[in-house]
Design a protein around this ligand. Structure first.
Ligand code: AFP
Length: 281
């Protein structure tokens, strides 16, 4: 697993350079989900593929930017499900974006996830890894190496609320819950990039990130394999919870299609309790 972590660090360093200096314009094609791709999406995907495919323990790569799962090492052990540049639509306004990696063994289902990593490209480049009951924060230093900073954990209750989705399409019970949390004094923290938004809640010790099912997107927007399951892994290992709109643990999900989406809630235990009450779970 160490060699995978190191390869992700190398990819992050190269992606950060592309973000700093390359064209933020659109390419002429779409990804498997139908999103128009940025040139940065394509370049980031190429960088990740190049760095990870050379690791002997990596058997296959499942990218958000590609239709198919690519076999890279027949004798490998892990399948890496990844979003090479999540929140890429924010790159042209110079907001923080991220890369997300789920390290699966055998298949791309929740119970097969063995580790998760995400990278935040902000004023500093930070990497969070979740593996063997430890959630660790690493930071890119002056020498271009990631240095360990601290372990991370979520309190029982936080102060931040990241309410995703188009508000006019929220179901009434969801809107009632969000309004009530703001009435309790929760502070709005939503950038439109799930990596920095979830990173902020984790670093600040707690709160709630919600990307619910809505009337226009009943199955939500965020992709299970590349986005939702890796963050569910991180949040649960940090002492929080990660559920869907029926109260099921996201980590128990069996994925039908590897581009499937699902409504998702990540947060401290008390906030997830508020979701369960609002959804009648
Ligand atoms: P892009 O990758 O298209 O920028 O979408 C980012 C994202 O997948 C995730 O990072 C955000 O949490 C979510 O979409 C924001 O979606 P809304 O724009 O509908 O709030």
């Amino acid at each position: 697993m160490k060699e995978i972590f190191e390869a992700v660090g190398k990819a992050a360093f190269r992606i950060q350079e592309a973000l700093s200096y390359d064209d933020t314009g659109y390419a002429d094609n779409k990804n498997a989900t139908g999103d128009v791709q940025l040139k940065l999406d394509i370049k980031s995907d190429y960088i990740v593929e190049e760095e990870l495919s050379r690791i002997p323990t990596v058997k296959a790569l499942a990218s958000e930017e590609k239709d198919q799962v690519d076999l890279v090492n027949e004798s490998g052990r892990y399948i890496i499900g990844y979003d090479p540049l999540d929140g890429s639509s924010l790159a042209d306004v110079n907001l923080s974006v991220g890369s997300i990696f789920g390290i699966y063994e055998g298949d791309l289902n929740g119970p097969s996830l063995k580790a998760a990593i995400y990278v935040v490209y902000g004023p500093r480049i930070e990497l969070v890894s979740a593996y063997r009951d430890r959630v660790e924060l690493w930071r890119l230093d002056r020498n271009g190496k990631f240095s360990f900073v601290q372990t991370l954990s979520l309190k029982e209750r936080g102060k931040l609320l990241a309410p995703g989705g188009t508000q006019k399409h929220w179901y009434p019970h969801h809107k009632t819950m969000v309004d009530a949390l703001f009435q309790e004094g929760y502070r709005l923290r939503y950038s439109g990039g799930m990596v920095p938004d979830l990173h902020q809640i984790l670093i600040k010790g707690g709160g709630l990130f919600a990307y619910p099912g809505t009337s226009d997107k009943p199955e939500g927007k965020l992709r299970l394999v590349f986005e939702v399951l890796p963050f569910a892994f991180v949040y649960e290992m940090a002492g929080g919870e990660a559920i869907d709109d029926r109260g099921r643990r996201l980590m128990e999900y069996t994925v039908a299609g590897h581009h499937d989406t699902c409504p998702c809630f990540f947060g401290s235990r008390e906030e997830i309790g508020a979701v369960k009450r609002a959804y009648g779970i």
